[in-house]
Design a protein around this ligand. Structure first.
Ligand code: ATP
Length: 295
């Protein structure tokens, strides 16, 4: 669906994206994540056909992304900032952008998806921030495109609107759509993405499923001990104030070991928690890597 091969994007002497390669397969939800300034927007601008690559090549649906006639009718794009004309009404906006997409659909249907039928005759300038985001989403999914770019889609949306948006995305995926997502809400990527690409300093630092990415870091067990407790198993490291941590790649084994130890000595483990590695942890580890590495 998307083939990015050794992409480079430079602004003057500054190389914002360096030698970046990744593919998105048909039907996948691929999340492109990264630290601030990592180069996600620059990358997506090239993939969406808004910017030319400085080096490397990008193919979208088998064509150059700048080949609007080939790509646009099959692609829906929800940008971070919409460029809607403030004086048009909501329904006029959907019809206009729908016509530009070259796809067939009904404005009423897509407004229904985002719970905006009651705002159909309202001018865009009078919409709230969340309503504008929903209108953005409605125009991106007009005509059920095969490939959908969602750039920070849920920023500014309340929980009902988020749930409704993800329900619609799921329906489109059930019909075979491919989705490229960027977001700073890591839990959304963790829940929704089939694969994640993690960028930092203009390069791709990690790629894979959530399980692939989290496998590289240990899970952690935390607990506190009463003042008179014996010394805990040797994997445990003191955190101070009677608190202890076990960092482990064998969560089940080490948790059982700890519980057996506590049962044998009749020790109460206060505030016991066992947490698998989260995407946040991987993200933090990547963010701590030097930004400027040779591509
Ligand atoms: N038009 C431009 N001219 C010069 N530098 C730019 C331009 N656009 C982006 N940059 C720089 O390129 C780098 C990558 O920016 P980009 O917007 O692609 O990052 P991002 O991953 O989308 O970041 P964020 O998560 O903060 O939105 C940043 O250092 C940014 O300052």
């Amino acid at each position: 669906m998307i083939d990015v091969d050794r992409l480079g994007v430079a602004y003057g002497d500054f190389h914002a994206v360096k030698d970046l390669s990744f593919q998105v397969e048909r039907g996948e939800l691929y999340a492109l994540l990264g630290t601030n300034g990592a180069g996600k927007t620059s990358t997506l601008e090239v993939v969406e056909g808004h910017r030319r690559a400085t080096s490397g090549s990008v193919r979208v649906l088998g064509s150059a992304p700048t080949d609007r006639r080939a790509v646009r009718p099959r692609t829906g794009i929800m940008l971070q900032e919409s460029g809607f004309a403030p004086d048009l009404t909501v329904v006029e906006t959907v019809r206009l952008i729908g016509r530009l997409s070259g796809r067939e659909d009904s404005a009423e249907r897509v407004l229904g998806l985002v719970d905006l039928p009651h705002k159909a005759e309202t001018r865009v300038a009078q919409l709230s921030g969340g309503e504008k985001r929903r209108l953005d989403f409605a125009t991106a999914v007009y005509g059920r495109p095969e490939l959908i770019f969602l750039d920070e889609p849920t920023t500014g949306l309340d929980i009902q609107s988020r749930d409704a948006l993800w329900d619609t995305v799921q329906q489109l995926r059930d019909d075979g759509a491919t989705v490229v997502l960027t977001t700073h809400y890591l839990e959304e990527a963790q829940q929704r993405a089939d694969r994640i690409g993690l960028m930092h300093g203009g390069t791709l630092r990690r790629q894979g499923t959530v399980a692939d990415l989290t496998r590289s870091l240990p899970a952690s067990i935390r607990f506190s001990l009463p003042p008179d407790a014996p010394t805990p198993p040797r994997q445990a490291a003191p955190l101070g104030d009677r608190s202890w941590a076990i960092e482990t790649f064998e969560l089940q084994r080490d948790l059982k070991h700890l519980l057996d130890w506590a049962a044998a000595g009749d020790v109460a483990l206060e505030g016991l928690s066992a947490a698998p590695t989260r995407l946040d942890d991987v993200f933090r580890a990547v963010g701590n890597e030097p930004a400027d590495v040779a591509a």
